[in-house]
Structures are given as structure tokens and as C-alpha cells.
Design a protein around this ligand. Structure first.
Ligand SMILES: Cc1ncc(C[n+]2csc(CCOP(=O)(O)OP(=O)(O)O)c2C)c(N)n1
Ligand SMILES: CC(=O)[C@@H](O)[C@H](O)COP(=O)(O)O
Ligand SMILES: [Mg+2]
Length: 630
């Protein structure tokens, strides 16, 4: 069957085993070739080719509901639902989304991107199905990494209790982004190594039920023997005890095994979990042998060698700027402990782990737990640094409030991917953290303009003993690459005048500073004098400087690569009200009140109007009118 001709999964319904195997090969070749140009989540998708084909042959999407968790492994699903010809636009501006997207296809039942939501959503769908007395299967596909997320365990607890019919596919490839971690992972590893006991379990139940029911203690003993034998013999007891039927382990690259398990599941009453074993990156040597997580999500690469095709990215990765400074300071400060929720690779903490193996803790996909572990550490005088993507910090918000800020604990939040992230799109843009942190008592928020200031901010945060501190930094590379050491503490709430001017003041920070300066310098040539201030502390604001601006009565333009709603510009507006000062003319530039989809960061900045041209245009509109008023 020609891959490009597949418009609907019904077209693969009657493929023979050999035709399925042929199609699997075509899909793998397509993924390897296409993603060598576009980049994307190659490893996860190569691992689920047979699984996805088997599911679409055995079930009837969209009547039967597939949910993909974390969702980055839905490319094959998208190919089987008529989107193969869109893959040249994968994760590009106004192109194909890298995660399930309801407005792309009726087959994308549930949007994901943040881990561990599929089981809860599936439960909602199962409840609705039964209330409406509909007849269809609900089939969440969840990775072994995603299963370590707290939400997943909350859902297992509820699903097992309600005994709703549901077929959970556990896609176990022993990898999260990096090798998976945790006791759940260790349990799955034991299950992976076991033989399939489903027939034993059924036989066992049959035999044990034949034991004549006797009264009294013998009956209880028989029951206890039966249960202990089940523990001895039947794997997956963790799931069985939660009310699931456990079926596995299943070879996720064998159609025989897959079809047999799905047929068994369809006949099973109540929730069943099929433990499918797959190989992440299967079929592409560099990805298949990846033990670090390099091929989880990749940029363009040379197929023959696997060598990445870097697009002129100079400077040092911001994640590395921060983690290297932390590692340097940790040499002389034993209080420093780093915590990461499954993002060791993305947060560039591998070197920290090598240097301090006992002071880096990867807690799995568990942001709530990571935040409160950090709080617990701080109560004991340690200096915990929670290294966490802005978007994933959202998952631990109550813990930030309830456990960290309320107790005013010395936790450092290293907020990575702060700002637009680009290809991962709306589920990953780090554009809400200022709004949801700024309102918290005791929280302080800062963002560096360059690597040197970033290193000094790490130092400032480590020296700070006055409660929680958030240091936010973007995806991508810093413009400079200073040497480590010679750290200076930055006074809390102090801003920095980068350019003088007396027609208008731009207040901005982080990634927007270069654009603000470029606009200001260009406007200077047109006789408009713009002051540019590095508002590197978003909370607290620079109190003295703000009062000075109030006296000068100059118009103020705030610029932030962050949501306008409740962002830095809102803080500036509030300041004049709180201090009962006369309001100067204030204008705000930032991200509008909507979700920003995928594309390059530059394309997205263009879309939201955060460009040099738009800054110049805004200033030119403000200054003439303000000059007239003066
Ligand atoms: C709440 C949340 N935390 C962290 C991530 C980052 N993340 C994306 S995929 C992934 C690993 C997922 O592992 P698994 O579910 O086993 O899928 P696999 O890639 O192995 O197929 C992580 C940690 C996320 N998407 N959501
Ligand atoms: C699917 C997911 O959430 C991660 O793989 C994420 O895409 C990583 O983002 P970075 O590429 O910015 O590390
Ligand atoms: Mg996995």
C-alpha cells in the first residue's frame, strides 16, 4: 500500500501480515527521511510503528478513541489518518503540529504535550460513553515515562475503582527522554523480564476455584494461599491490585503478539492494561542505540551519520550557562542540590551529575513532587535548585504556593525555556510564569540580559537567604560565553540603564533587550531619544528608579516576551496605582491573550508583533503626541 495514498485508517483494515510489515518499513523510511529535514521526535515514533498500525487495524478510529501520552509519539497515527503529505511542514509555522491537534483531524480526540493526562481524559470519555450508553473503546496509549507522572497514578486509582471498560496500552521502551527512573520503572523492568502468565493466571483462578469451599480458618488460609500464589506467579500484581487486568509483557514489534493481546483485551470486562515492550528509535541505528536521550527530539540531521545539521547557532546554550555556573558554585557550597523532573538532558545537567552524582536528583515526570522535595531540602538548610521548564512548572503550582512561598523557603527555581520555545508550540511556550509567580508573596523573579549577568544571577540566588527566588532564562543560546568565576551579587530589585534618552523610556528584560536597543538606536537617527532600561528584576521592581520615572513624567513602553495578562507590564501599571503616583503615558508590548502555536521563535515573534519595526512604530506613535502634551 502506498503510504501517501492513506487518507483514512480503514484503508489498512484488510492488509495482510506481510503487507503490514512492508508498510511498517515504508513508514520508518519516511520518518527517517522526513525528520532529517524537519527535525522532531524521531526516537519515540520509530518505536511505535507496529503498535500504531495494529491499533488502527484492530479498532475503528475515531469511533474508538485513541489518546496519545505524552503525545510526541503520534506521528504514525497522523500518517494513518491522512496527514502524511503535511509532514514537510512538521512543527513549522502554520504547519503540522508535533502533538495531537483536534482542529487537524477528527482522529485527534485529545490534545497532549504535557505528560500523564491521557488516563484522566480517557476516564472522562469512558464515563460519558456509559452515561450516553454508547458503544466504543477508549484506548489511551501511555509511555513508561508518562506513567511516572502523578496524574497517571491518580487516574489508575480512580479507573480501577470504577471498573470502567478501558484498554490502556503501556508503551514501555525503558526510556523517558533519558533512561527512565524510579521504582515504577524498576517494577516494569521486572515485568519486562518475566514470561507472559496470563494463561497461568486464568488456569490458576480456575484451579483455585475448584478447591471445595470449606468453612472457618481453612477457607481463609486457602484464600491467602491463592492470593500469595498470585503474587508469586502472576506479574503485574501492582496493576491487578488496583483493579486492572494486567496483560503482558507483549512484544510491541510482533504483529502476532499485538493482535493476540488486543483480542484478549476486547473480551476483557473492566479496565485492562496491555504492557507492550518496544524499542525507542527502532530501525535507525543511531536512535536505536541511544542510551542518553539524544534521539528523543532532534533537529535536522545527516541520515548516513546521524550528525546534526546545526543552523548557525553561536554562543553557549542558556541551560549550560546556568548549569555550569551552578556546578562551579557547588564545588565550594555543599548546600547546593539540583532537582530535575525528568529533564536532565534538556536542562544540560549531565555534567553536574558527573561532578556531583549524590547532589542531582531526577525525580521522573513529577513536577509536584520535585517542588516539594526542594521545599523539604530547604527546611534543612540546603540550597535546592529546581531546574524546570517554565511550562512544566505549571504542573507544580500549588506546591510553589503552599509549600515554598507560604513557608518562605530558600528554593531557587531555575526556570528554563522561559519565553517562546518555537517548534513544540502552545503546550510548551514558557509565557505564563511571570503572571503566576508574580502574585505570590515572598517570591522574587529575575531574568538576565546575557550569560555574564546570568552567572551573577545564579550566584545572587545562591547567596540569597530571603526566601524563594526564580531565575528565568530562554531556550536557545546566550550571545556571550564568559568564563566562570568573578561572580558579583546583584542588589535585589536593581535595574540597569543601558541607553540614555529623554523622549520615552523602554522597560524590558532578557530576550527583548537586543530588539529594544536596536529600535532605540535607529530612532535616535530620527531625532527620537529613547532610554532603554534592563528591568532584570521583574519582582521586586526597582522602586527608586520607578519613582524617578514618575517625577520625569516620560511616557513608558514595557516590552516582554511573556503574556501581557498579569505580566511585567501589568506590574508597572500597578506600581503607579499602589504608590498613588500620577500615571505617565504607559504602553505595553507582549504576547496577546491567546495561545501561541508552533513555528520558529522568529516567526512567532513576528506574529505577536515583538519586532524591531513594531517597537519603532509604537514609539513613533507615542512620542509626537506626548511632545504636544508636554
Ligand atoms: C508534565 C511534563 N513534564 C515533562 C515533559 C517532558 N517530556 C516530554 S516526553 C518525556 C518523556 C516521556 O517518556 P515516555 O512517556 O516513556 O515516552 P517515550 O518518549 O519513551 O515514547 C518528557 C519527560 C512533558 N512533556 N510534560
Ligand atoms: C515532548 C516534550 O515535552 C519534550 O520532548 C520537549 O519537546 C523537550 O523540549 P526541548 O527540545 O526544548 O528540550
Ligand atoms: Mg518511554
Amino acid at each position: 500500500m502506498d503510504l501517501q495514498s492513506i487518507e483514512h485508517p480503514s484503508q489498512i483494515k484488510h492488509l495482510s501480515r506481510d503487507e503490514l510489515i512492508k508498510l511498517s518499513g515504508d513508514i520508518r523510511s519516511f520518518l527517517i527521511n522526513n525528520l532529517s529535514e524537519t527535525g522532531g521526535h524521531l526516537g519515540p515514533n520509530l518505536g511505535v510503528v507496529e503498535l500504531t498500525l495494529a491499533l488502527h487495524q484492530e479498532f475503528d478510529s475515531p469511533n474508538d478513541k485513541f489518546l496519545w501520552d505524552v503525545g510526541h509519539q503520534a506521528y504514525v497515527h497522523k500518517m494513518l489518518t491522512g496527514r502524511t503529505n503535511q509532514f514537510s511542514t512538521l512543527r513549522q509555522y502554520q504547519g503540522l503540529c508535533g502533538f495531537p491537534k483536534r482542529n487537524e483531524s477528527e482522529h485527534d480526540i485529545w490534545e497532549t504535550g504535557h505528560s500523564s493526562t491521557s488516563l484522566s481524559a480517557a476516564m472522562g470519555m469512558a464515563i460519558a460513553r456509559d452515561i450516553k450508553q454508547e458503544d466504543h473503546h477508549v484506548v489511551p496509549v501511555i509511555g513508561d515515562g508518562a506513567l511516572t507522572g502523578g496524574m497517571a497514578l491518580e487516574a489508575l486509582n480512580h479507573i480501577g475503582h470504577e471498573q470502567k471498560n478501558m484498554i490502556v496500552i503501556l508503551n514501555d521502551n525503558e526510556m523517558s527522554i533519558a533512561p527512565n527512573v524510579g521504582a515504577m520503572h524498576n517494577m516494569l523492568a521486572r515485568l519486562r523480564s518475566g514470561q507472559r502468565y496470563n494463561w497461568v493466571k486464568d488456569e490458576l483462578e480456575f484451579l483455585l476455584k475448584k478447591i471445595p469451599t470449606v468453612g472457618g480458618r481453612i477457607a481463609n488460609t486457602a484464600e491467602r494461599i491463592k492470593d500469595s500464589m498470585k503474587y508469586l506467579v502472576v506479574p503485574g500484581m501492582f496493576f491487578e491490585e488496583l483493579g486492572f487486568t494486567y496483560y503482558g509483557p507483549v512484544d510491541g514489534h510482533s504483529y502476532d503478539d499485538l493482535f493476540k493481546s488486543i483480542d484478549y483485551a476486547k473480551k476483557t470486562e473492566g479496565p485492562i492494561i496491555i504492557h507492550v515492550l518496544t524499542t525507542k528509535g527502532k530501525g535507525y541505528h543511531p536512535a536505536e542505540n541511544d542510551t542518553v536521550g539524544t534521539w528523543h527530539g532532534v533537529g535536522p540531521y545527516k541520515i548516513e551519520s546521524g550528525e546534526s545539521v546545526k543552523k548557525g547557532s553561536s554562543g553557549k546554550a542558556w541551560s549550560k550557562v546556568i548549569s555550569d555556573s551552578l556546578m562551579d558554585l557547588a564545588k565550594t557550597d555543599e548546600r547546593i542540590v539540583a532537582i530535575t523532573p525528568a529533564m536532565t538532558v534538556g536542562s544540560k545537567l549531565e555534567d553536574f551529575r558527573k561532578a556531583f552524582p549524590d547532589r542531582l536528583f531526577d525525580v521522573g515526570i513529577a513536577e509536584q513532587h520535585a517542588t516539594t522535595v526542594s521545599a523539604g531540602l530547604a527546611t534543612q538548610g540546603m540550597k535546592p535548585v529546581l531546574s524546570i521548564y517554565s511550562t512544566f512548572l505549571q504542573r507544580g503550582y500549588d506546591q510553589v504556593i503552599h509549600d515554598v512561598c507560604r513557608q518562605n523557603l530558600n528554593v531557587i527555581f531555575g526556570i528554563d525555556r522561559a519565553g517562546l520555545v518555537g517548534a513544540d508550540g502552545e503546550t510548551h511556550q514558557g509565557v505564563f510564569d511571570i503572571s503566576f509567580l508574580r502574585d505570590l508573596p515572598n517570591m522574587k523573579i529575575m531574568m538576565p540580559k546575557d550569560a555574564k549577568e546570568g552567572q551573577n544571577m545564579v550566584y545572587t540566588a545562591v547567596q540569597n537567604d530571603d526566601g524563594p527566588m526564580a531565575l528565568r532564562y530562554p531556550r536557545g543560546n546566550a550571545s556571550d560565553e564568559p568564563k566562570l568565576g568573578d561572580y558579583e551579587s546583584i542588589p535585589l530589585g536593581s535595574w540597569e540603564v543601558l541607553k540614555d534618552g529623554d523622549d520615552l523610556v523602554i522597560l524590558t528584560f532578557g530576550t527583548m533587550i537586543p530588539r529594544a536597543l536596536e529600535a532605540a538606536n535607529s530612532l535616535e537617527k530620527e531625532g527620537i531619544s529613547v532610554r532603554v532600561i534592563n528591568a532584570r528584576f521583574i519582582k521586586p521592581l526597582d522602586h527608586d528608579l520607578m519613582h524617578q520615572l514618575a517625577q520625569e513624567k516620560l511616557p513608558i513602553l514595557t516590552i516582554e516576551e511573556h503574556a501581557l495578562q498579569g505580566g511585567f507590564g501589568s506590574a508597572v501599571l500597578e506600581f503607579f496605582e499602589v504608590e498613588k503616583l500620577p500615571f505617565p503615558y504607559i504602553s505595553r508590548m507582549g504576547i496577546p491573550d491567546r495561545f501561541i502555536e508552533h513555528g520558529s521563535v522568529d516567526d512567532l515573534l513576528e506574529e505577536v508583533g515583538l519586532t524591531v519595526e513594531k517597537i519603532e512604530q509604537e514609539v513613533k506613535e507615542i512620542v509626537p503626541t506626548q511632545r504636544k502634551r508636554a
